[in-house]
Design a protein around this ligand. Sequence first.
Ligand SMILES: Nc1ncnc2c1ncn2[C@@H]1O[C@H](COP(=O)(O)OP(=O)(O)OP(=O)(O)O)[C@@H](O)[C@H]1O
Length: 500
Amino acid sequence: MSDASKSLGDRMTFPDEKKLDWAEESEEMDNQTQTQQPAPAAAPEDAEPSDQTDGASEFQMGSALLEPEFDVNVKLNDLQQDPNNPLFSVKEFRDLNLPESLQKGISSLGFTKPSKIQERALPLLLQNPPTNLIGQSQSGTGKTAAFVLNILSRVDLTLQQPQALVLAPSRELARQILGVVQVMGSFMQGLSTYQAVPDPATRGQAVTGQVVVGTPGTVMDLVRRKQLNTRGMKVLVLDEADNMLDQQGLGDQCKRVKQLLPKDVQTVLFSATFPQEVLAFTALFAPNANQITLERTNLTVKGIKQMYLDVSQDSDKYDALIKFYGLMTIASSIIFVRKRETADELSKRMTSEGHHVVTLTGGLEGTERDAVIDQFREGNAKVLITTNVLARGIDVQTVTMVINYDIPDKPAPGRGYVPDAETFLHRVGRTGRFGKVGVALTLVHDKRSWEMFREICQELSINPTKLDTDDWDNVERVVKSIIKSGRNKKVDAETMFGEQ
Ligand SMILES: Nc1ncnc2c1ncn2[C@@H]1O[C@H](COP(=O)(O)OP(=O)(O)OP(=O)(O)O)[C@@H](O)[C@H]1O
């Protein structure tokens, strides 16, 4: 029996009781369903969105985790020929009726064929009169290009006023999306953009950019101070929409912003996750929307190889992490922790031992955050330690490993903290992007963390491979073979996809 085909029970056995600290801690689219609503005869009245919110807010190992570009291209071609893969499409970009300038923009980004979400969402987005859309597809499958192409095809270059607004949950994601707008629109003569994130340098300026991308709080401030005129807005996009609408503060701001836009604004919501309870009120935010949704069992990205390290206690996590890094070459990696303090502590410790790491948390100033993420994107720093602030949307192609140093959790009314499968999925989705292979490593250190991880795995139908810290040579062998199986495009379906 291959490792991949063992049952969850076989592969996720309880850690050795002797090692446990039992104390509780304080702290594809063939399966993708597409529902097309008939286009409303007249623009629908904006329903008041529900206020039902939940509160919250070159280490070296035979270069195992360094992918040669050629390999990746060959594999991408193969994946895009496989009808069961989210990157597959029947159509070519030229079949999507996009203007010549955008075809050039697409080529300049190096895209040859659309992914499924692009192929399916774009015809729905581009139809007239415009209709709302709720679009779901796995992490790293090209949702950004889908909504950016719609926006750019609707911008009237003769009008120097804001016409489209994209809201994102973090400063880094807003900056990244703006970058895509700029490259994709680089052949649209006269296109102007505006980055609406906290920035003392632009305070007080009137916004004239045709495409505005920002975070909800800053956009709200700009509208309130009458710097951003919303009258000419034709498209509103919420990226990571489930997260935006599910959080008390962010959700309220998004709703307020929407109320200030023209009633017939095309509302577009994208995410890799739309939990059932959130879908109900996203539908109120984007009434009569066409919907492209995924079955819960299809949310995981097959190229992301799931593993876990079972250590004895919380205080052993650090040594295990360092040992793991010592084994291999990792192009770039992201370590997710629960709290800022852990990020700072980990960073101090790793730095003092000669590792080059950078840290990004909500505790930094905007300009510091920009400097850190830019350093990481440019490859000047290979290890990024962060909190959930960067769990969603961030696209850095060189990231071959994501580490869950702490297992993601969320508050649940009356139940304290419960495992957060959505955040897990978004975190690990920072690797394995658009057909690349990546590794997601989760650290488990006691009964509670093990149970949380098991719940997440069950919810997402993940069958992770256990790495035994008693035998590091074997860890190296296991990791190598798992990655190799993901790389080899000729491996049988079970070996490649059977484990998740
Ligand atoms: N058609 C395409 N061909 C090749 N590469 C593409 C294509 N579309 C998008 N990409 C690339 O795929 C990567 C992931 O795209 P994107 O960031 O839009 O994913 P996403 O679906 O929004 O993911 P997430 O859910 O994590 O936000 C980007 O680097 C993007 O440039």
